[in-house]
Ligand binder design. Structure first.
Ligand SMILES: Nc1ncnc2c1ncn2[C@@H]1O[C@H](COP(=O)(O)OP(=O)(O)OP(=O)(O)O)[C@@H](O)[C@H]1O
Ligand SMILES: [Mg+2]
Length: 254
């Protein structure tokens, strides 16, 4: 990756603010309140975990922040953009330039090599070919996959695929990384390796991270703050002293 800082935003600026955010689905007679009045704030550069049982609305909230879905009511403002007010084109640009996403199932394109997969967002951003190749190579190097660049996803382990997905998510140097159960398909050792990398990007690039997880232990290890959802509602929002202490300890080294 290049040396230019991804984010100059200070830690005390608000990266994400949702107010009374709702996403309701009508299914025949019933109304499903997937997200039901969630108000939250995430500061720039923060690493936040979104927790809650299955069906509590975690992915729905993340998709609204990602601009993959629109609220039924309420607002979500990211880096001063009110997402509900953006046109389709503006939302596509927002997704391309501001947000990087990783998913439980990696979502790499099977017919493409890792290099091509990682380059894809740069193609959408109309970056020229030689620059694309350089950036993709650097990004893959950064996640330890330089030697596997010409391989297709099916030739890689789950951990390697998730590392490639991470390289792809970060290639446009997004200010915001959104991860939906990024370690859900990985063994615990490999999952830890992935999250170590995410934490490195969070700290080095000042990138804001929102990670959805079922696993309390992972949230406690990596996130500075834990937000709990139940039935589409925010039920708890608490700082995580352990990860914050770890942050200060590591800041003192090297
Ligand atoms: N497109 C949809 N149409 C109808 N209901 C939906 C839709 N998407 C999600 N829901 C419902 O909204 C609720 C929240 O779903 P969501 O996927 O956000 O949960 P989650 O917390 O991510 O769960 P999991 O941990 O299982 O991934 C669930 O009851 C789900 O069935
Ligand atoms: Mg989910």
């Amino acid at each position: 990756m290049t040396t230019a800082p991804a984010v100059s935003a200070a830690r005390d600026t608000v990266a994400i603010r949702s107010q009374n955010l709702c996403r309701h689905y009508r299914m025949g007679e019933t109304l499903i309140r997937a997200v039901d009045g969630v108000s939250l704030e995430v500061r720039a550069g923060e690493f936040v975990a979104l927790l809650g049982s299955s069906g509590s609305g975690k992915s729905s909230v993340l998709n609204l922040i990602a601009g993959l879905d629109r609220p039924t009511s309420g607002s979500v403002v990211v880096q001063e953009r009110d997402l509900a007010q953006l046109s389709r084109e503006e939302l596509a640009k927002y997704r391309l330039h501001v947000v990087g996403m990783v998913f439980q199932s990696f979502n790499l394109i099977p017919s493409m090599t890792l290099q091509e997969n990682v380059e894809l967002p740069l193609r959408f951003a109309e970056v020229d070919r030689s620059r694309r190749q350089t950036l993709a190579r650097d990004a893959l190097e950064r996640v330890g996959l330089r030697a596997r660049m010409e391989h297709r996803p099916s030739e890689l382990s789950g951990g390697e695929q998730q590392r490639a997905a991470l390289a792809r998510a970060l290639i446009n140097r997004p200010q915001l990384l959104l991860a939906d159960e990024p370690t859900g398909n990985l063994d615990s050792h490999t999952g830890t390796e992935i999250l170590d990398m995410v934490r490195e990007f969070n700290r080095e690039l000042g990138m804001t991270v929102v990670m959805v997880t079922h696993e309390r232990a992972l949230a406690e290890r990596y996130a500075e703050r834990m937000i709990f959802l139940a039935d589409g509602k925010l039920i708890d929002d608490r700082p995580n002293a352990a990860a914050a202490l770890d942050l200060r300890a590591e800041g003192g080294e090297s």
